[in-house]
Structures are given as structure tokens and as C-alpha cells.
Design a protein around this ligand. Structure first.
Ligand code: ZN
Length: 316
């Protein structure tokens, strides 16, 4: 069963496994976010503290018998870079896919650049990790995904990807973020006319939540980025000084409420989190176990990856 929802894309059917009424695809973009960088540049040369945090997330998932899905940018895979933490992620059974070479938007007008970014990162995945990427996460997120951009879609397809996750609709503010709890109902997977399948990011990302919605002191945020961004946090760090006091509790509550919504409505939910943002805002790693425990408490709710989810999508 399919239904047309626009002139150039068609909703696809997601058949969750038997006995499952809600599946939560846990994805993380591993980059050193440009929004925290003194020079505003996003890159994949992950600092040791974030490598440790990534492996800690894997520990937590494994405690629950779950797997996570990480998206890595290619410039962190060059020969000069240590990739042992990514090899460990793979060896421990988690999923890893690409996020372009330098964090370029998939909706770029520079099609030759997009082609180079994807093909070079595919080469690096093969050379450094002996691994093939089949699902693509788009950097930044775009309100309309790649709708109206068939040439971009074809470059994505020509680089070996049938599935992309790049649509992100939520420009929430502190006053309206609760409206996004129902996002998974409005942002289910669809096929572009080229056959490429989109799995939108369906809820607020951790960066949007803490650094925009819960950001009550922009000057403090900007000062911290300029002086301390992309550096290890001090040992006594417990909370970012620019966020509201209750930000972490509100983040956990928000995610559990999205989970409840998906459970009530029988939905796949694509989550997009970032290890760096959690390292800054959730240094004690409280959010992931809270969500995994929510799923563990329900016989018919599961944690999955996007590689799992694409298997459940009916061919468009
Ligand atoms: Zn990213």
C-alpha cells in the first residue's frame, strides 16, 4: 500500500517485525560539531574524550542487548587518523555509515563536490575499515529533504546508497518544542521519484534541544565555543552554563514522551543524537539508558538501527 503525498515523492509502508508496535532507530552523528568549534568548522577528527564517550554509549546499549548506529564523516578516516574506536564499534556489532567527507549538505548546488565527497568517503570506509556504507545521513538536515533535487538524488544513488536520512523539519523554540512530540507521525519514510528512499529525522536533535531550545544565555554559549569548544571538558563539569537548569531532565522527559507517542501510534521513530552534544550536556550518560530502559519495559517495543529499519520498508 502506498499513497502519494506530493508530486515528486510517495509514502512507503514500514512493516515492523511481527509482534513489534514501536521501533526506535538510535542513530548518532559522530562529528566534532561546527557549532561548538572556535572556527565554526565541523570535522570528523574525533577527540579522545568523544571516542571514549562513543564507546561508553556502546557499553550502555550492550547492557540492554541493543545496537546503535553511528554516522561518520570521511575526513576523520584519512591515513593520519586513528580509527581504532570505529573498528571497535563495528567489531562489537554496532552499525556504521557515512555522513559525507567534510559535512557538506546533500542539497548543495555543487554536484561535482557532492559526488567527490561521497565517493572519497566510500573509498576511505573500504581502505581504513574494510566496510561498505549503504545508508547515508545528510549533514545539517533540510526541511524538504532532497525533494525538488533529482540531480542530487541521482548522485546519492550512483554512489551506492538506496536510503538517505536527511530531512529535518523542526525549527522549534522553547515555547513550542512540545509540538514536535508528534513529529514521527508526520515524518515517516517516503520514496523520491528516483527510487531513493528518505528516512527523515523525526524528533528534535540533541543539539537543537540544548543549544537552541534550552539555550538561555547565548553570550555564554558563544564564549564557551570560542575558548573551550573541541577541547576536553574540565573534570568538575556537570552542566553547560548556557542551558536552563532542568535541561537534561526535560530532554529525557521529551524523548520518553516521543516514545510513548510512537508506541500509541505504532510507529518507527528515527532518533538523531550526537555523542559530542551528549558529552557536553549529559556527561553522566543518563539519556540513553533511560530510553533503552523504556523499550526494555515493553515486550512490543524495540531499539534498532537504520540498517534494520530499511529492511522493513516495502519496495516503492
Ligand atoms: Zn553532522
Amino acid at each position: 500500500m502506498t499513497s502519494t503525498i506530493g508530486s515528486d515523492h510517495t509514502l512507503v509502508t514500514v512493516n515492523l517485525p511481527d509482534g513489534v508496535r514501536c521501533a526506535i532507530a538510535m542513530t548518532y552523528d559522530t562529528d566534532m560539531a561546527g557549532g561548538y568549534a572556535p572556527d565554526g568548522v565541523c570535522h570528523g577528527r574525533t577527540m579522545p574524550a568523544i571516542k571514549e564517550y562513543i564507546l561508553r554509549l556502546c557499553d550502555t546499549a550492550e547492557d540492554f542487548g541493543d545496537r546503535l548506529h553511528f554516522f561518520q564523516i570521511g575526513n576523520g578516516l584519512e591515513a593520519t587518523e586513528d580509527v581504532s574506536y570505529l573498528q571497535e564499534v563495528l567489531d562489537r556489532g554496532h552499525d556504521l555509515d557515512q555522513h559525507t567527507y567534510s559535512h557538506v549538505g546533500l542539497n548543495t548546488e555543487d554536484l561535482a563536490l557532492l559526488d567527490r565527497e561521497l565517493s572519497r568517503t566510500n573509498e576511505l570506509f573500504a581502505e581504513r575499515l574494510g566496510h561498505e556504507s549503504i545508508v547515508l545521513r545528510g549533514p545539517g538536515g533540510y526541511e524538504n529533504g532532497l525533494r525538488g533535487k533529482p540531480a542530487n538524488q541521482r548522485i546519492v544513488l550512483d554512489n551506492g546508497f538506496r536510503w538517505v536520512s536527511c530531512e529535518f523539519n523542526f525549527r522549534a523554540t522553547a515555547d513550542d518544542y512540545e509540538q514536535t512530540i508528534s513529529g514521527p507521525a508526520e515524518n515517516q519514510p517516503y520514496a523520491y521519484d528516483t527510487g531513493l528512499v528518505e528516512l527523515p529525522i523525526m524528533s528534535l536533535t540533541v543539539r537543537t534541544f540544548f543549544d537552541t531550545v534550552m539555550n538561555v544565555d547565548r553570550p555564554a554559549y558563544e564564549a564557551w565555543c570560542a575558548e573551550s569548544g573541541h577541547r576536553p571538558l574540565p573534570d568538575d563539569w556537570s552542566k553547560a552554563p548556557w542551558t536552563a537548569d532542568e535541561a537534561l531532565d526535560a530532554w529525557i522527559d521529551y524523548n520518553l514522551r516521543v516514545a510513548d507517542f510512537c508506541y500509541e501510534n505504532g510507529l518507527l521513530w528515527v532518533v538523531c543524537w550526537h555523542p559530542y552534544s551528549h558529552y557536553v550536556h549529559d556527561p553522566g550518560n543518563e539519556a540513553l539508558p533511560a530510553l533503552l530502559q523504556w523499550a526494555a519495559d515493553r515486550d512490543d517495543a524495540i531499539i534498532c538501527t537504520l540498517r534494520d529499519a530499511v529492511e522493513w520498508i516495502e519496495e516503492p
